[in-house]
Design a protein around this ligand. Structure first.
Ligand code: THU
Length: 173
């Protein structure tokens, strides 16, 4: 049997649902979340890329956490907006949980296209999701109001690495 046929037999598929929508069609609390992300993007420190990103995190009690990208002359020392926003999440106990994160950027000359979190941020969002054991919806936004939504962050990082590979699970809460 040719190699390609063998591989076909072993083939498995990964599928997930996502929605494309417009900001104006979303519920008011999600619209406010996206507006908060846009507002904080104005405070981004991005002198190298000139790409200003904002993220807002919706907590179960309706409160928001926000963050923007913070670059550095030593490039890898820079922090993305998503991680800046999540860094102030209180993970000392299980009382604060995350329902959703919205990410957007300030418009520039390129075509508008919903922003997509980088791999490190996906890993970070997933850490929180696994810790709280509840899905986090991700709203990936463009300045023109076009949005891609996934209702579970795990879809953004298949075959992810998590605490299950380690001897010690994260401290329980
Ligand atoms: N950036 C974010 O803050 N979030 C993303 O989802 C993608 C990229 C930042 C990192 C860097 O400061 C700039 O955008 C260009 O990569």
């Amino acid at each position: 049997m040719p190699l390609s046929e063998t591989l076909k037999e072993l083939m498995k598929h990964f599928q997930f649902n996502f929605q494309t929508t417009l900001q104006t069609k979303l519920p008011p609390n999600i619209q406010s979340l996206i507006e908060a992300a846009e507002q904080i993007a104005h405070k981004a420190y991005a002198p190298y890329s000139h790409f200003k990103v904002g993220a807002a995190v919706l907590l179960h009690d309706g409160n928001l956490l926000t963050g923007c990208n913070h670059e550095n002359a030593a490039y890898p020392a820079g922090v993305c907006a998503e991680r800046a926003a999540l860094s102030s999440l209180d993970m000392s106990n299980g009382k604060q949980t995350v329902l959703a994160i919205a990410v957007t950027y300030l418009s520039h000359d390129l075509l508008p296209k919903p922003i997509s979190p980088c791999g490190i941020c996906r890993q970070t969002i997933l850490e929180v999701q696994q810790w709280q054991n509840k899905p986090i919806a991700v709203y990936m936004c463009a300045p023109d109001g076009t949005i891609i939504v996934v209702d579970d962050a795990q879809y953004l990082l298949p075959f992810s690495f998590g605490s299950e590979y380690l001897d010690m699970p994260p401290d329980s809460h």
